[in-house]
Design a protein around this ligand. Structure first.
Ligand code: SF4
Length: 464
């Protein structure tokens, strides 16, 4: 009797979610006859015996942090099982192809990965593309071997109650070309739709496993607005008590204002939105296709609908100035968003991964240093060392505040005081506290969205 190939799928970090990136290929590989084990290193220790038996160990790399952690684990897995074939798949795999191959990874798979990953088992000799954007007939993810949902991020509602969160994806890739976005080098402005019945079946099994909230991890939920509308309508019909959150870009929230009431009516409680900056010059360099006025309009519309906003930012860029950072804080206060901004967002620093479209801008190419294989990015230091000193201080305030569970209002006040000093406006008053938006509590995910590489002191030190 032929033995079944033994595959171990490994996730190192998926933003606190039960890893979709293991569940989806697990379904494909099991259907192809493989024996599949799933290892989520974010919550579990590795089962060494299972790793020893593996014919194939495949690391899921959806994001920068996951890739950095995987780069530490790959040599350990090779020691445990030198015989196993190693693979890496997901968004960050192709852009780190060189590094992964140096670490001993034989197969690097980007884009739509399930079919190629399965081919490693069914047709081991087949040559595979580095990036495949083939339209796949998706299978319902197989979550049987994953840790329970209550070991992952949860949603805290304004009344303090917790909701168990499940995570799935209704589309992948993105039809936009924002220059700072890691999706662009892989998907090049394309996106792929997951069949509605597959998404609904996945939601159904998440609900059966205890989820009362779903996070849609699509890079942009409104890339396919008709798909999104039909999906949430049916989702709500089948699970009227279920809440959900989704990520939608400012441009789509503006253009699709008429669709926003449907989100509210179907259980959406939180919209994550990559605001990035209020500075038009930065938005332009990022090619975000929205303005600061668009953001203000979105804030108003969502507030009127009772939909909470989870804004994300790239607070530190090569174009940030101390005065500009203070203005950024002022705008957050004026828009009543202090209670809505996750603390880490005040300290996010532009990440320039390999292949970033930003490197096509001469000013960024001049500033970016050689690719750092440990940090997995091109480090950069601000032309004005004062801004990097401000960055360090902001980081310190945010870290200390998080460790001490400092409230968002108090943390904002500390950041304001520090930024005012750096801007030469020591003692300047922030916009009136009554406007900060602290009275209305918003739903929050226990693992806020972010992915950044904090530079080392050496990387921040001014060049001599
Ligand atoms: S809209 Fe969002 S996901 Fe799409 S390219 Fe821009 S930043 Fe990336």
């Amino acid at each position: 009797m032929l033995t079944r190939p033994c595959v171990v799928l490994v996730s190192t970090y998926e933003l606190g979610h039960q890893p979709f990136g293991l569940a989806s290929p697990a379904a494909w590989l099991r259907a192809a006859g493989a024996e599949v084990s799933c290892l989520d290193l974010a919550v579990d220790q590795p089962d060494v015996e299972t790793l020893r038996r593996a014919d194939l160990v495949a690391f899921y790399l959806p994001m920068h942090t996951a890739t950095r952690i995987a780069a530490e684990w790959i040599p350990r897995v090779r020691e445990i099982n030198p015989r196993a074939r190693l693979a890496a798949y997901g968004l960050y795999a192709p852009m780190n192809d060189d590094l992964l191959r140096r670490l001993g990874v034989g197969a690097v798979i980007g884009g739509e990965f399930e079919e190629s990953l399965t081919a490693l088992v069914t047709s081991p000799g087949r040559e595979l593309p580095l990036i495949s954007l083939d339209r796949l007939a998706f299978r319902v993810p197989d979550r049987a071997a994953l840790p329970a949902l209550d070991r992952y991020a949860y949603l805290t509602m304004p009344d303090g109650s917790h909701r168990v969160a499940g995570y799935t994806e209704a589309t992948r890739g993105c039809k936009h070309m924002c220059r700072h976005c890691p999706i662009v080098p892989v998907y090049g402005g394309r996106f792929r739709v997951v069949d509605r019945e597959v998404v609904l079946a996945d939601v159904g099994q998440l609900v059966a496993a205890g989820a009362d909230h779903i996070t849609f991890g699509d890079p942009d939920f409104f890339n396919g607005p008709a798909h999104a509308r039909a999906l949430v309508t049916e989702l709500h019909r089948r699970h009227p008590e279920l809440t959900y959150d989704a990520t939608i870009k400012v441009e789509h929230l503006r253009r699709r204002e008429r669709d926003l009431p449907l989100l509210k009516e179907t259980g959406c409680v939180l919209v994550t939105c990559a605001v990035e900056s209020f500075d038009e010059a930065v938005l332009d360099r990022f090619d975000k296709r929205h303005t600061a006025d668009d953001v203000a309009r979105v804030v108003t519309v969502l507030r009127e609908l009772g939909l909470a906003l989870n804004p994300t930012f790239v607070a530190f860029t090569p174009w940030t100035s101390p005065e500009g950072y203070l203005g950024f804080l002022a705008r957050i206060a004026e828009l009543g968003l202090v209670g809505s901004v996750a603390p880490v967002q005040y300290s996010i620093r532009l990440l320039i991964p390999a292949g970033s479209e930003l490197l096509k801008l001469g000013e960024v190419a001049d500033l970016a240093e050689e690719f750092d294989p440990r940090a997995l990015c091109h480090p950069w230091r601000h032309p004005d060392p004062v801004v990097d000193a401000l960055y360090r201080q902001v980081l310190e305030i945010v870290r200390t505040g998080l460790a001490a569970s400092t409230g968002r209002g108090e943390l904002f006040a500390q950041l304001w005081a520090a930024a005012a000093v750096f801007a030469g406006r020591d003692g300047a008053e922030p916009p009136g506290r009554e406007r900060w938006g602290l009275r209305t509590r918003v739903p929050t995910l226990s693992e806020p969205w972010y992915c950044c590489a904090e530079p080392t002191e050496e990387q921040l030190a001014p060049k001599v």
